[in-house]
Design a protein around this ligand. Structure first.
Ligand code: AMP
Length: 282
């Protein structure tokens, strides 16, 4: 079966509802395209768990800050469709900006509290844009399960909390981070990295590994763990670090004492490219 491409909301919704009426379990994988193995792992999770898989491809302008990379964000729908071939995808929804946000729309979702720290501090309107577009996508594609990557851990918490708070009838499934051979988490933005910055970028997963090893060795004070991570990043030539935090997995606020399940989260720049990564301890 070939993949059905829908550019319009009403068409995508009609096809999804038709599958639902046949009793099919619907899975949705929201993406911004420039697909890589990380995205495809979510697609595989959906097609093995669900009977009808929808992939959405939309570079959502409302989640980019004014100084961010909206204009240069990689877009290639034909390549993305080729990558999805043979993975059990039934429908791709790839709307234009006007289709998603017709002129005059101004309603926005105020994200939950868990959106405030970390990314919320450095990208002030980011999660408002994410929550708004994800809620819209959930209405356009009334799926049973939505698949998200742990790569964007705070995003998964924001969406889980929004789904609980707004009683959304959808299950949020979080899938593991897919990494390159040297440990760098795959990301569409890795394409921006120069050869030198790509080498430096391996220091992010290395710093997470340092945290995991110190925890395994019995350290429970977050400060020396954070210090060792910062030292490693700076030795590797990472000059700009937004945060290196050991945080509670529910609130994402810094912990006083590290326990199994504590999240370690990093946001840092390699050259001009902002990278994020995380690990769950234990
Ligand atoms: P994006 O296209 O960056 O908005 O990402 C779409 C979805 O893919 C999000 O749920 C991301 O968390 C997920 N994702 C991105 N990179 C990875 C990765 N390396 N491993 C697993 N999931 C990922």
């Amino acid at each position: 079966m070939s993949i059905k491409l829908c550019l319009r909301k009403d068409e995508a919704r009609r096809h999804t509802l038709a599958a639902k009426r046949q009793g099919k379990k619907i899975g949705v994988v929201p993406t911004m395209g420039a697909l890589h193995r990380g995205h495809l792992s979510l697609v595989n999770a959906s097609s093995s768990d669900c009977d009808f898989t929808v992939v959405t491809i939309f570079v959502n302008p409302t989640q980019f800050g004014p100084q961010e990379d909206l204009a240069s964000y990689p877009r290639n729908l034909d390549e993305d469709l080729d990558k999805l071939e043979g993975l059990g995808v039934d429908l791709v929804f790839a709307p234009s900006e006007d289709e998603m946000y017709p002129a005059g729309q101004s309603t926005r979702v105020h994200p939950p509290k868990v959106a405030e720290p970390l990314e919320g501090q450095f990208r002030p309107d980011h999660f408002e844009g994410v929550a708004t577009v994800v809620l819209k996508l959930f209405h356009i594609i009334p799926a049973d399960v939505a698949f998200f990557g742990q790569k964007d851990f705070q995003q998964t918490r924001v969406i889980q909390q929004m789904s609980v708070d707004l009683d959304l009838p959808i299950c949020i499934q979080v899938c593991p981070i897919i990494r390159a051979a040297d440990g760098l988490a795959l990301s569409s933005r890795n394409a921006y990295l120069s050869e030198l910055d790509r080498k430096k970028s391996a220091s992010l997963p290395q710093a997470l590994k340092i945290a995991a090893e110190m925890f395994r060795a019995g350290k429970t004070d977050p400060e020396p763990i954070q210090a060792a991570m910062l030292e490693h990043l700076s030795q590797a030539g990472i000059e700009k670090i937004d945060y290196v935090v050991l945080a509670d997995p529910d609130t994402l606020l810094p912990v006083q004492s590290v326990v199994r399940g504590t999240m370690v989260l990093i946001a840092a720049y390699c050259g001009n490219t902002r990278l994020i990564d995380n690990v769950c301890l234990g």
